[in-house]
Write a protein that binds this ligand. Structure first.
Ligand SMILES: [Zn+2]
Length: 255
């Protein structure tokens, strides 16, 4: 009996990645009332109270901070919480599994919440198991008029299948990333007006374009779809911005 339960628990944890791939048909193992369910929930209660889970949490944080402390969901804020990728409320059996605990920022943790769509099967991107598309799909649109306005949008390339693009759209929607990146971009550019001014004064519009292209390449090292990469790519291609229009950053409001 005991060995059977032990095997069941090990299988439940070992099948985690398969569950991610087929979430539509998966029902939490811990929703039943059999011996395995009790063991899984007991396991959680036991570890959630004691030091083992604390050690696990600290270890995950230490690893995240030693590599890259940015939140993998928004690529902006510092990690400060552990997200249960499969929510604890729906899948308590995975709440102590290290693979299911992903360091994220406070904002993303709050917005993601219990998100786990088992109707259309579209999960958000899992930082450990999924690769975000590496072709350009995040675009920034720049409009220079009496102000500088920035709009982010997603554009599907032929190389991306429907499911992957659907997951990207879902992630952006749930985390409100278009508005979030727009606000971050405004703050980023406002901080850099002096740099643009000095570059334009000494090197002209081609110098400013080169500087913006270099900033885009730097951001692309993190990801071709990093919000800064999309922003600087768009700015470097914008004639008005590079030929002095950047000064409209001083006009307000920007949106
Ligand atoms: Zn975040």
């Amino acid at each position: 009996m005991f060995m059977g339960v032990r095997t069941g628990i090990i299988d439940a944890y070992g099948n985690y990645e398969d569950v991610l791939r087929d979430i539509r048909r998966f029902t939490s193992l811990a929703h039943g009332s059999d011996v395995l369910t009790k063991a899984l929930l007991g396991n959680y209660a036991l570890l959630d109270r004691g030091r083992p889970l604390e050690d696990l949490r600290h270890s995950i944080f230490r690893t995240a901070l030693s590599r890259n402390s940015r939140c993998p969901l928004c690529e902006r804020a510092q990690v400060c919480a552990l997200d249960h990728f499969l929510p604890k409320n729906h899948f308590p059996e995975y709440s102590i599994l290290a693979d299911n605990l992903v360091p994220v920022c406070e904002r993303c943790n709050r917005l993601k919440g219990d998100e786990c769509d088992r109707v259309d099967g579209l999960l958000m991107f899992h930082a450990y198991f999924d690769e975000f598309p590496d072709t350009e799909i995040l675009l920034a649109e720049i409009d220079v008029d009496s102000t500088v306005s920035i709009r982010y949008s997603l554009h599907r390339s032929d190389e991306i299948d429907d499911i992957t693009f659907g997951r990207v759209e879902k992630q952006f929607k749930i985390l409100g990333l278009f508005d979030f990146y727009q606000m971050e971009a405004v703050a980023e550019l406002t901080d850099q007006i002096d740099l643009y001014d000095e570059t334009y004064a000494s090197l002209g519009d081609s110098g400013l374009r080169s500087t913006l292209s270099a900033l885009a390449r730097g951001a692309e090292r993190a990801s071709v779809n990093h919000w800064k990469a999309a922003l600087y790519r768009a700015l470097s291609r914008n004639e008005e911005f590079c030929s002095g229009g950047y000064r409209q950053l001083l006009a307000s409001p920007m949106n």
